[in-house]
Ligand binder design. Structure first.
Ligand SMILES: [Zn+2]
Length: 353
């Protein structure tokens, strides 16, 4: 079979909104449109065939990301969970980052998509497709009124926790080597959150839950199980990665996993260092395909939120990833599934047609 297609990559996770927010909201749209030093901006996305993805809104903890990443270059590490963040502190930050997302839409840089059909239309026309995602539910109140309003505004995906405790559950700490089984799971508030997300059509993201929380969602959620940006524990025994038992549950639910480009979750030695050959990503993809089947694997880059392989530092480098996949023998049909078709399938199943 000839390799004629060059499928756009729709991606399960990026932190570009946090990056734009941190550098200053007033000039955020301008910087995104003209291009800057980050992994994703409009010119890089266009040139690399980055078709869009989940744009995370995220409230950072005071501990500086560079310091965290430096700690994660050691042979072994166990970062303490950052302190919980109050609703009062989280809410305005979430509103600011969401406002940046809608400003990007107003400036015609992207479309905020609320259905799989809208994403497909974007991929066909070359318009960047964005799904409004919140990573860590600190800005959601216990009565879930904010959830209702955010859904009406376009929220379609939510992680009950980042690697930090919320009233809804317990996040998994960054620990290597470690199983993901690091503590207790969802609270009663968390179970109600999952139920309401199911009813509204908001995808529940498993990526930062510990193993107990994962199994709680698996038990209570009526939708396919999805980890937007996580990798294979059997290859890289990091607390953030998924065991084969978890992968089996995801397969059974007809869910999916987005491959995270973060070096610490790819490299067998767990180090957040960018000298990672693309073959290491292919190894994870092969394992995910073996465990989940061809229809349940995609990408979830963690762009602008992690140290990634040197070759993929910018989304403009994505043709190198496609070339590595082809060289490994993935045919056109599989390429298209991994690059975006599987995400469209899961989102249609989760949100409804
Ligand atoms: Zn994350």
């Amino acid at each position: 079979m000839g390799h004629t297609t060059n499928p756009a990559i729709f991606d399960g996770h990026n932190d570009v909104l946090l990056k734009l927010f941190t550098a200053g909201q007033a000039t955020a749209a301008e910087r995104f449109l003209t291009g800057d030093e980050g992994a994703i901006d409009l010119p890089s996305a266009k040139s690399g065939g980055f078709g869009g993805g989940f744009f995370a809104v995220f409230v950072p903890s005071p501990m500086d990301a560079d310091k965290t990443f430096a700690e994660m270059t050691k042979d072994a590490y166990d970062l303490p969970l950052p302190d919980p963040i109050n609703w009062e502190d989280a809410f305005p930050i979430v509103m600011s980052q969401a406002a940046i997302l809608f400003e990007l839409e107003k400036q015609d840089a992207l479309t905020v998509c609320r259905s799989a059909k809208e994403i497909r239309r974007c991929l066909d026309s070359g318009k960047l497709a964005a799904v409004f995602h919140i990573e860590g539910a600190e800005a959601i109140d216990p009565d879930l009124n904010t959830l209702e309003v955010l859904f009406q505004a376009g929220l379609r995906s939510l992680g009950p926790v980042w690697s930090r405790e919320t009233m809804f559950g317990h996040g998994v700490p960054f620990r290597y080597p470690s199983t993901p089984d690091t503590g207790s799971g969802l609270t009663d508030h968390g179970l109600r959150l999952v139920k309401r997300c199911n009813e509204l059509g908001i995808m529940v993201d498993l990526s930062h839950l510990n193993e107990a929380g994962f199994w709680d969602v698996a038990r209570y959620s009526t939708k396919p199980l999805v980890a937007t940006h996580s990798n294979v524990h059997a290859i890289c025994p990091h607390s953030r990665n998924l065991t084969d038992k978890q992968l089996a549950a995801i397969a059974e639910s007809n869910g999916m996993v987005g491959l995270n480009y973060a070096a610490a979750f790819l490299r067998p030695d767990g180090k957040m260092l960018s000298d990672v050959p693309l073959e290491e990503m292919i190894r994870h993809l092969d394992h995910l395909i073996e465990a989940l089947g061809e229809d349940r694997v995609g990408f979830g880059s963690d762009y602008d939120g992690a140290v990634v392989p040197e070759a993929l530092k910018s989304s403009a480098g994505l043709p190198k990833l496609r070339a590595a996949m082809r060289q490994h023998g993935y045919d056109d049909a599989l390429m298209t599934k991994l690059c975006h078709e599987n995400w469209l399938r899961v989102l249609e199943e989760t949100w409804g047609a």
